[in-house]
Design a protein around this ligand. Structure first.
Ligand code: PEP
Ligand code: MN
Length: 339
């Protein structure tokens, strides 16, 4: 890929001429209209570099630049400003932090409604809950499926909280889109390329979780699949990686937050619940995530964690969640953010 950086005052006509030339040469053009200037990405193989001078001679073009990393559309070079992802009255990636909270699994109508009201009361800005659960064992609870999606939609009606829920396979994408505001791609599916293509084509908002054994670059390459369909309604999520450490479920890769914020324009969300695995470490990890520059957090909350069918050990009670939100407000303020 190569990018064509247009001059600050480039006209629509000059921009259109560049796009037309790119198409005529047989490449794909991706437009990034920033606050200051327009950047046009030329996606194709390395052969595009032979036309560098031709593009530089065109009216309105300031310069061209080859993009050296394997991810292109996800890179800050292509899109210097933060991409803002609309979520209700939020623009994720802006200064205001989002707090997505709810149970690991939707267990019953009563459980999700009770949790939705409790997290809303405590300051959550979106509701999470899995209806399709990717479980290690085929004998463990697999989720309520469409019934669970219906309960989530009812919880949204009652509370106004947008819904984040996982989609596990390409075939279920249309169904989950009917009920969810945000499609979650779970860690185990980060490199399920047919699923990534499907959610890219769906043009629906996506929360892409980092795989437990995947590098930051691999996460960005998976984001690239979704972006390649022109779907920029995409948020990334650091949820902990596997290491030799046994006292926590995963190891929270705090480094990933500033690294991602530097390399990509996409919003970055932290999941301190899966990253630590124990409720008592969730608030400290969440505070660190906000301090490190995360645009939001996603946390598991259950009214009675001891009765949870999945991830009870890492679930906060509504009271503990409310206390954590108060703490996060102060951390947000310290780093010039709001919550
Ligand atoms: C979840 O959010 O409940 C979940 C299964 O997360 P992950 O895909 O990160 O393990
Ligand atoms: Mn979970």
């Amino acid at each position: 890929m190569m990018i064509v950086v247009m001059k600050a005052g480039a006209t629509t006509k000059e921009i259109s001429a560049v796009i037309a030339k790119i198409k005529k040469l047989g490449y794909e053009a991706h437009l990034s209209s920033g606050q200051e200037r327009t950047i046009i990405g030329i996606v194709g193989d390395g052969s595009v570099r032979q036309y560098r001078e031709q593009f530089e001679l065109m009216d309105g073009v300031e310069r061209t630049m080859p993009v050296s990393h394997p991810y292109k559309l996800a890179s800050r070079e292509f899109h210097p400003d933060n991409t803002l992802v609309a979520l209700n009255d939020h623009q994720v990636g802006d200064t205001r932090i989002v707090v997505i909270a709810g149970p690991c699994s939707v267990e019953s109508r009563a459980q999700i409604l009770e949790t939705a009201h409790a997290v809303k009361e405590a300051g959550a800005t979106a509701l999470r809950g899995g209806a399709f659960k990717p479980r290690t064992s085929p004998y463990a609870f697999q989720g309520l499926g469409e019934e669970g999606l219906k309960y989530l939609a009812e919880a949204r009606e009652e509370t106004g909280l947008p819904v984040v829920t996982e989609v596990m396979d390409p075939e279920s994408v249309p169904l989950v889109c009917d009920y969810a505001d945000v499609l979650q791609i779970g860690a185990r599916n980060m490199q399920n390329y047919s699923l990534l293509h499907a959610v890219g084509k769906a043009q629906h908002t996506v929360l892409l979780k980092r795989g437990m054994s995947n590098t930051i670059e691999e996460l960005l390459m998976s984001a690239e699949y979704i972006l390649s369909h022109g779907n920029t309604r995409l948020m990334l999520c650091e949820r902990g990686i596997r290491t030799f450490e046994r006292y926590t479920r995963n190891t929270f890769d705090l480094n990933a937050i500033p690294v991602l914020k530097e390399r990509t324009h996409l919003p970055v969300i932290a999941d301190p619940s899966h990253a630590t695995g124990y409720w008592q470490y969730v608030a400290p990890a969440a505070r660190a995530a906000i301090a490190a520059g995360a645009d939001g957090i996603i946390v598991e909350v259950h009214p009675r964690p001891e009765e949870a069918v999945s991830d009870g050990m890492q679930s906060l009670t509504p009271e503990r969640f409310a206390k954590m939100v108060q703490e996060l407000r102060r951390v947000a303020e310290a780093v010039d953010r709001t919550l």
